[in-house]
Design a binder for this molecule. Structure first.
Ligand code: ACO
Length: 427
């Protein structure tokens, strides 16, 4: 944030004029600071869905939606997916710097030490109805962590955030794999200390007493890439939920559980599952992509192209670019072709050349190809959003930590009341 030359925007209301400070971020993003507006004028600002509101200062992630840039702590994601593991990126997001070898070892030990689920919690899985969506199971289980570890918010942010972060990042991975095993009626597989984060997850998902899982390094690498690309995305819906709920000084686990609930919606993290369901529907209908593009444009039809469009990106989502290329590499090595991939590529081409999508700057987002990759890895579609949640944990924790560190006041927006004026009871 530049403080050098203070600039002001002049606002005129009636015959009164006031100066509002202009704030400029390190990437030259400009904002008018209206925090003192109501006090001096009695006016509030109205911005439903925060289309035009910066809700905080943050130094975690930078997104340029016009140029298609995404950086974590200043480092481009293209470089991070090449050089880092997911847990290194988690450390970077939470601490603001890459871990040195000693810090890396300490963090990885903490991840291992906290990889087991509290044994009493394992029984919770027995009581969810069959077919329960894993995202609902996950948010419930994470909320339950608040009961098992009630004092997390009293820990020192500098020292013990590592412990809380490791517990969340590691345990939630175990929960996700257990939820999956429970869903398919197989015995759960416990985490192993000799495996890294992604290999461990794949092993917990796919190892079975009758068929040991063969851990392939290229699949581990691919999973690392997917998780890194989803690890943070500044003030998106679920992160805003985490910062809002956290501002009431709610326990970290309960706060993250709220983030999971927000992420589960089809307009947010749930889109990866919705994309595959949409592609399935197109294939089942005969594969005419033009028909579905026409439906997406029809204002009388509620159908939308899932995995297309983004509140911030008005160009190709840089994450989607990397995932598309990884998807292509993976699927070209597989014996059985996935008909959904062919349809996805055709759909993308038709939409990208269609006036409706061009005018509105609608491009594939991170979710467009993600589901196809997960499907190829053997992950069922109702687990896709869970994968997103695992990946987003470091981002949520980093934002929670930053929000607490900035001594954020409780989030409490105003409204413009449009209901009845005082009315007599009974009338
Ligand atoms: N298909 C068809 N039309 C679309 C789509 C789409 N996927 N996305 C946006 N539009 C149209 C809207 O109808 C609207 O048209 P109009 O100006 O004629 O009314 C215009 O484009 C602007 O769309 P909004 O909904 O106003 O844009 P907003 O920023 O509110 O929404 C969102 C962004 C929710 C991502 C939207 O593009 C969408 O619903 N996409 C499909 C769901 C999806 O893929 N979500 C994942 C997002 S990425 C993530 O959360 C990880």
């Amino acid at each position: 944030m530049s403080e050098e030359k203070k600039q002001f925007a002049e606002l005129k209301i009636g015959d009164k004029s006031i100066d509002l400070p202009i704030v400029i971020g390190t990437e030259n993003e400009k904002a008018v600071d209206i925090s003192g507006l109501r006090k001096t004028t009695g006016y509030v600002t109205l911005d439903p869905s925060f289309m035009n509101t910066a809700s905080c200062y943050s130094s975690i992630t930078f997104v340029d939606g016009e140029k298609g840039i995404l950086r974590y702590r200043g480092i481009p994601i293209e470089e991070l997916v090449e050089k880092c593991s997911f847990t290194q990126v988690a450390y970077l997001l939470i601490h603001g710097k890459l871990a040195n070898p000693e810090e890396r070892l300490k963090f990885s030990k903490l991840l291992n030490q906290n990889s087991l689920l509290h044994e009493d919690m394992r029984h919770f899985f027995d009581h969810f109805p069959r077919g329960a969506h894993p995202m609902h199971i996950l948010s419930t289980m994470i909320n339950a962590l608040a009961v098992f570890y009630p004092n997390v918010d009293l820990l020192s942010l500098d020292e013990d955030i590592d412990l809380s972060a490791a517990r969340l990042i590691s345990t939630v991975r175990t929960m996700a794999a257990f939820a999956y095993k429970k869903n398919i009626g197989e015995p759960v597989v416990y985490p192993r200390h000799d495996l890294n984060y992604c290999a461990n997850f794949l092993n917990m998902m796919f190892d079975s007493p009758v068929k040991p899982y063969d851990i392939k390094p290229e699949i581990v690498k691919l999973l690392n890439i997917l998780l890194i690309l989803h690890a943070d995305h500044e003030q998106n819906c679920s992160t805003t939920a985490v910062r809002t709920i956290g501002s009431a000084q709610v326990n970290l686990y309960a706060t993250i559980s709220a983030g999971i609930s927000a992420l589960s919606g089809p307009l947010h993290g749930g889109a990866n599952q919705a994309v595959v369901e949409m592609l399935d529907m197109i294939v089942a209908d005969g594969g005419d992509v033009k028909k579905f593009v026409a439906r997406a444009k029809d204002k009388n039809d509620t159908f939308r192209l899932m995995g297309f469009g983004h509140r911030v990106y008005k160009t190709y989502d840089p994450r989607a670019k990397i995932i598309k290329s990884e998807c292509h590499k993976l699927l070209s090595t597989m014996k059985n072709k996935d008909p959904l991939y062919e349809v996805a590529m055709e759909l993308e081409q038709v939409a990208l050349h269609d006036e409706y999508f061009i005018e509105r700057n609608l491009y594939p987002n991170v979710d467009f190809y993600t589901g196809i990759v997960y499907r190829a890895l053997g992950i069922p579609s109702n687990m896709f959003t869970v994968m997103f949640a695992l990946a987003r944990l470091p981002g949520w924790i980093a934002h929670w930590k930053e929000m607490i560190g900035h001594h954020t006041k409780i989030v409490r927006p105003r409204q413009i009341y449009i209901g009845k004026v005082p009315a007599d009871y009974g009338k």
